[in-house]
Design a protein around this ligand. Sequence first.
Ligand code: ZN
Length: 321
Amino acid sequence: MAWSDILGHESAKRFLQTHLATGAVPNAYLFAGPDGVGKRRLALEMAKALNCDAPGARPCDHCPSCARFGRGAHPDLHLLSPSGASNQIKMEDIRMLLGRVALRPFSAPVQVAILDGTDRLTEEAANSLLKVLEEPSVHTKFLLMTSRLSFCLPTIVSRCQLVRCSALPAEVMTRLLIQQHGCDASVAGPVSQLAGGSLARAADLAGRWRAYGQVCARLADTGMGSWLEQPLPETRESVAHLLEAMLSWLRDVTVAAVEPSHVAHAAHAEALRRQAAVTNVERCVDAALELHALRESLDQFVSPRLVAALAREKWLSLTSV
Ligand SMILES: [Zn+2]
């Protein structure tokens, strides 16, 4: 893979390539942007470029160092992500990482630590990482990532060069879904409109496109019939999918109120227009906030059945006529 193989993120790529060309590479970067847009690919490419042996534009993608970084299997590449039931990066995780980077690199000029979920560091772990970021080493670069910049410790953000990774354009996602995921064009197009610029979300949605269509048919029904006839989902994952579909649909109801031709659920434009006519934006926003809180409660191990029932009540109170 080369920079040109990473679609989108043109300004981020230019920014990083300029640093490589001038040698002005800071101690730490923070890649910030939505989940699934390619932050990790950018970070891995930068890690590879930092250690490429070639004299020209880096990475060359041919030298032994590029090959090992490309496989994610270099001994001087350290990866850390949130883990455990709390989905956090804890003090012991950071201590282990910092212990490894405190040693000289094994064979690369620069060892690289890629840390996903900077917003999920415990306070103790964040402060420990901060101390290291305040004492740059020529042998170590930190490539941090986050999808929730506002949840990151401000002092960590201030110690990093921020690299903003924006949502991928729908046409880029459509191409990637067809080329890299073997997706049918009839699915890739509408999925790209619904995925909010996240390729990971688009690929997930494409994999359950038929089921998503059934959920949409239920959301399009302004009566109670389909809700009473069909059972509610029961697993945590399927309830999460229902809530995410409701939130995406609600966004489209508000769009339909002002510009019906711009809805993402294009196949349901008429149903959306009807629903927009019997509600208003304020009610949609209130409902979206409540549904979002229900989505969060799923991660707090509230019963999925209870969450699904509460979501159904909220939905019916909003859309039934
Ligand atoms: Zn190389």
